[in-house]
Design a protein around this ligand. Structure first.
Ligand code: ADP
Ligand code: MG
Ligand code: ZN
Length: 479
């Protein structure tokens, strides 16, 4: 029997507010344990939560960017459970009446093409604290700095069918949240976390099978690998004639497999009820309009504009708009250039290659957009050759020096003086009589050998556009 995977994703995104969702403690990351706490977020008796307006504005922004309908009135509920990282014994969340519903996100993958993935709901909630286990002292400690940090949870419909679609959905959602600047997207620090729900059903059947939920997925690659593992595992379970158990599983990146963590709670286990300390949240049309007016250009629109304004290919535009900071880098780099296509290529191969090797993101680039633009300008004006540009770039990446200064100091200007090139070609031909003879006997592939020799003598500075015709005519006339 052939099985079809059914996948739905829940994403928790930490909102970039300065203070927590129900108190004025800072949300700053990395402070001493429990430094960012007060009686409200440590759950002392008698305190009252006060909703952070900016967190609501950010949730509205996310809802608009994912085409959701925003509720005029939503409510906060208590989700009750006991865990040492949850001092109140309940988490304030939205259950029955979330702030937004019925959105969608459009994705594209190589195998399955374009597709729209439904978004069931977006709700607001507070984060829990963090347990730190010390295996040496055999003790567990709790850090409540994260307690009460605002989150939105974005729940997808079970519309996803492959690991690649899940990856595309998450990358797109991640990009959008960074574009609208409501979440820093840092997956290692847990600002953007994903749970994946997976089930299988016989192909052609409507009803869904039993699902498992995967946690601990802190990179896009892990999500894709974990989902593939889970599809294979469930296929095996079903082919054995046994059934999938509804449970929560953890991805173990070191062992490359998922392991059972606990049975899945049902909603009634949480005994949800409306939080009596908070009034219903009213979002009127004026508020929505104000947020809509401040909406920046989103990834799809930017990609379309890059393709029409700069004549970039779909592929290049996709790469350059995947991250808002990269898109901004590109646009400030090409401000004064005419060969934008060339700059786009250099950014997506040479610059991104370097950043990738060093594990940096574009905001940490050792070469500024302005200097990179200057380097591309030198190339465009034929002041330097492509080979020299590569050398200069490498130097810039190490020393951070200005490209014009490097070119001047090292005498790297392109050799385009015609007399100089003629004599260079003569020298190279005189030094290689055997190759010249072979060339004239039809071994025309040797043309690149002569080019190579000339570039070697000039350390890559000879202008190939001038060398080529001179070399061609001299080789022809040597006969
Ligand atoms: P919970 O909050 O208990 O995890 P939800 O009903 O909110 O449950 O669903 C969570 C996610 O699970 C959603 O993204 C949904 O699309 C997905 N989902 C629900 N049923 C299935 C299923 N049978 N197979 C795969 N995913 C599913
Ligand atoms: Mg869930
Ligand atoms: Zn607090």
């Amino acid at each position: 029997m052939e099985f079809e995977p059914v996948i739905g994703l829940e994403v928790h995104a930490q909102l970039k507010t300065e203070t927590k969702i129900f108190c004025s403690c800072t949300t700053a990351f990395g402070n001493a344990p429990n430094a960012n706490t007060c009686p409200v977020c440590t759950g002392m008796p008698g305190v009252l939560p006060v909703l952070n307006k900016k967190a609501v504005t950010f949730a509205i922004k996310a809802a608009l960017a994912t085409h959701c309908t925003i509720a005029q009135e939503s409510r906060f509920d208590r989700k009750n459970y006991f865990y040492p990282d949850l001092p109140k014994g309940y988490q304030i969340s939205q259950y029955a009446a979330p702030i937004a519903e019925h959105g969608h996100l459009d994705i594209e993958t190589d195998q399955t093409g374009e597709k729209s993935i439904g978004i069931t709901r977006i709700h607001m909630e507070e984060d829990a604290g963090k347990l730190i286990h010390d295996p040496v002292r055999g003790k567990s400690m709790v850090d409540l700095n994260r307690t009460g940090v605002p989150l939105i949870e974005i729940v997808s419909e079970p519309d996803i069918r492959t690991p690649a679609e899940a990856g595309a959905y998450l990358r797109k959602l991640h990009a959008i949240l960074r574009y609208i600047d409501v979440c820093d997207g840092n997956m290692e620090q847990g600002s953007f976390r994903c749970d994946a729900n997976i089930s299988l059903r016989p192909r052609g059947r409507d009803a869904f099978g039993t699902r498992t939920e995967l946690k601990n997925l802190n990179s896009f690659r892990h999500v894709e690998k974990a989902i593939q593992y889970e599809i294979d595992r469930q296929t095996y379970v079903l082919e054995q004639g046994t059934s999938v158990v509804q449970e929560t599983r953890l991805w173990d990146p070191a062992a490359n497999k998922t392991v059972s963590m606990r049975g899945k709670e049902q909603a009634h286990d949480y005994r949800y009820f409306p939080d009596p300390d908070l009034v219903p949240l009213i979002v009127d049309q004026d508020w929505i309009n104000q947020v809509a007016d401040q909406m920046p250009e989103l990834p799809e629109a930017k990609k379309a504009r890059f393709m029409s304004d700069y004549q970039l290919s779909d592929y290049d535009a996709q790469i350059l708009t995947a991250d808002i900071n990269l898109a901004n880098f590109f646009e400030s780099c090409v401000k004064n250039l005419s060969n934008v296509k060339q700059a786009a290529n250099w950014i997506s191969t040479t610059l991104l290659g370097l950043l990738n090797n060093r594990g940096l993101d574009i905001t940490q680039s050792p070469v500024s957009a302005e200097d990179f633009g200057t380097l591309m300008g030198l190339l465009e004006s034929d002041t330097i050759t492509a080979a020299t540009a590569k050398t200069v770039f490498e130097e810039m990446a190490v020393t951070g020096a200005d490209p014009v200064a490097i070119v001047k100091e090292k005498g790297l200007e392109q050799v385009s003086d015609s007399a100089e090139i003629h004599s260079l070609v003569d020298t190279v031909l005189a030094e290689n009589p055997n190759e010249v003879a072979a060339f004239q006997n039809g071994k025309t592939k040797l043309f690149s050998f002569f080019m190579g020799q000339i570039m070697k003598k000039t350390r890559g500075k000879a202008d190939p556009k001038i060398v080529t015709p001179v070399l061609q005519s001299k080789l022809a006339s040597e006969k």
